[in-house]
Design a protein around this ligand. Structure first.
Ligand code: HEM
Ligand code: 2DC
Length: 469
């Protein structure tokens, strides 16, 4: 017989005491490890209430499948209250990230066509390939300047610039020039604001931001400042394209970028377009750059795998004869490496949905309307789901069997990551160019852990050595 909701294991009866314990465990930075611990204590399903935030947590792929079948026609994630509060406070429209219901769906359908449908990938590839080339040239220059035939560095700032240059080139159809010697201070400020925005979000997940605003908290002020910086920079970029478009419609043969395509399509209001373009620009920096950083870290720790990938890339390069779109179809191990990175180092600790119908998971009844979270970080590290989960083995993804609801780094279904196509293309091209040109090495192999700043980040700088082949 099915057990009632009230019988679910977990700490959900004293939400304030739980918040206090969470704070004592430095939970704001350790949420992923606490979730893992909770699954070990309570089993594959538990209920939790921290502050005002209540959820049911699951870990198995089979249970994820049940969850996503119950997400309804307008799938809804956990509302990130600081993000909506900022927009309410400044009177700005929500973009696709924060909209819900019918408004979300109409926007998302139009955006899908220009951002994630297979038809647009062909437009993105030449733009992103050029950014990849420029990154390689920049690394060669750094190596030359070092006078040691190698470059040892924390690549994170370089990768932020690579990611912003990439997403910018796709959104606006033109280059910022961030991989040149002198970095535009406005772009650097934008990058800093995104990191600050993520960092200040996580403590506010558990404390209502409106309360923090009323008491004039420093955290809220920093958060507002960060979003202001993000919106100001995005506004400047958007205005620039808008003006160009009104002056002349430009070269008709050249792909004009996502923003110009949306404006010409004329299916969404300008305010809606601006809101979503801003989110895409902000969502396109830390996510891909950190995933690439983790991938380089894993490749540095696995030199044999690096050679194997290089061989795959060389063969694909020859066989595709200069057709990059074709080449990207011939690198399954490389794609496996990115999946493997997201398994061990997911950007998002969890996926969540408010279910729109009653479901039964692990023999417990869960009522419609409940927030159900799939612990993505915990799933990726579970022995019950992956053999030798602690090992980085990209080839586990090249066999198509047994992948059922296991590769969920970008989420699932109609509400999955809108930037997925951009992110995947950008990351694949980056790794292709890097592996064709350099060997990646690392000094000592001390494990680098993750820390939670809304997204999961390396806890300390990762120092890599890059040598020409
Ligand atoms: C949503 C992951 C890169 C823009 C999401 C979600 C995840 C995710 C897990 C939630 C999906 C769900 O609830 O099912 C990632 C990862 C990335 C990445 C792992 C890179 C490694 C990007 C990039 C962009 C972007 C490059 C922008 C160009 C968005 C947007 C949403 C989203 C706009 C909200 C979509 C909606 O609500 O309809 N992402 N993301 N992401 N992501 Fe990404
Ligand atoms: C954070 O408990 C942990 O892709 C919370 O590009 C639940 C939660 C809700 C929404 C998730 C968030 C977590 C992590 C960061 C995500 C976000 C949805 C979109 C966002 C996964 C798991 C992200 C990084 C977007 C951000 C775009 C934004 C900067 C405009």
């Amino acid at each position: 017989t099915v057990q009632p909701f009230s019988k679910l294991p977990g700490l959900w009866k004293n939400s304030l005491a739980n918040l206090y314990n969470f704070w004592k465990l430095d939970g704001f930075r350790n949420i992923h490890r606490i979730m893992l611990q909770n699954f070990n204590t309570f089993g594959p399903i538990y209920r939790e209430k921290i502050g005002y935030y209540e959820s049911v947590n699951i870990i198995y792929p089979e249970d994820a499948a049940i969850l996503f079948k119950a997400e309804g026609a307008y799938p809804q994630r956990l509302r990130v209250a600081p993000w909506t509060s900022y927009r309410d406070f400044r009177n700005r429209k929500y973009g696709v990230l924060l909209k819900d219901g019918e408004d979300w769906r109409t926007n998302r359908i139009v955006l899908n066509k220009e951002v994630i449908s297979p038809k647009v990938q062909g437009n993105f590839v030449p733009l992103l390939d050029e950014v990849g080339h420029d990154f390689v040239s920049r690394v060669h220059k750094k190596i030359e300047r070092s006078g040691q035939n190698k470059w040892t560095t924390d690549l994170s700032q370089e990768l932020f610039k690579y990611a912003l240059e990439s997403v910018g080139s796709v959104l606006y159809g033109e280059r910022f020039g961030l991989l040149l010697d002198h970095i535009d201070p406005e772009a650097q400020h934008f990058i800093d604001c995104i990191s600050a925005m993520f960092r200040t979000t996580s403590p506010m997940l558990y404390i209502p931001p409106d309360l923090l605003r009323r008491v004039g908290s420093k955290l809220w002020k920093e958060h507002v400042e960060a979003w202001d910086g993000i919106f100001n920079q995005a506004d400047r970029c958007i205005q620039n394209i808008y003006r160009q478009l009104r002056k002349d419609s430009g070269n008709r043969n050249k792909y004009p970028g996502v923003l110009a395509s949306l404006l010409m399509l004329d299916k969404l209001s300008i305010e809606d377009i601006k809101a979503s373009i801003t989110e895409l620009m902000a969502g396109g920096v830390d996510t891909t750059s950190i995933t690439l950083q983790w991938t380089l870290y894993e490749l540095a720790r696995h030199p044999d795998l690096q050679e194997e990938l290089r061989a795959e890339i060389r063969a694909a390069r020859t066989a595709s004869d200069g057709d990059m779109l074709q080449m990207l179809k011939m690198v399954p191990l490389l794609k496996g490496a990115l999946k493997e990175t997201l398994r061990l180092h997911p950007v998002a600790v969890s996926l969540q949905r408010y279910i729109t119908e009653d479901i039964v998971i692990q023999n417990y009844h869960i009522p419609s309307g409940t927030l159900v979270q799939l612990g993505l970080y915990a799933m990726g590290r579970s022995h019950r789901i992956f053999t030798q989960p602690e090992s980085y083995v990209p080839s586990r993804w090249t066999r198509t069997r047994n992948q059922y609801f296991r590769s969920l780094g970008f989420g699932f279904g109609p509400r999955q990551c809108l930037g997925r196509r951009i992110a995947e293309t950008e990351m694949q091209l980056f790794l292709i160019h890097m592996l064709e040109n350099f060997r990646i090495e690392k000094q000592r192999t001390v494990e680098v852990r993750s820390t939670f700043e809304l997204i999961l980040l390396p806890e300390k700088p990762i120092i890599l050595t890059i040598k020409p082949l």
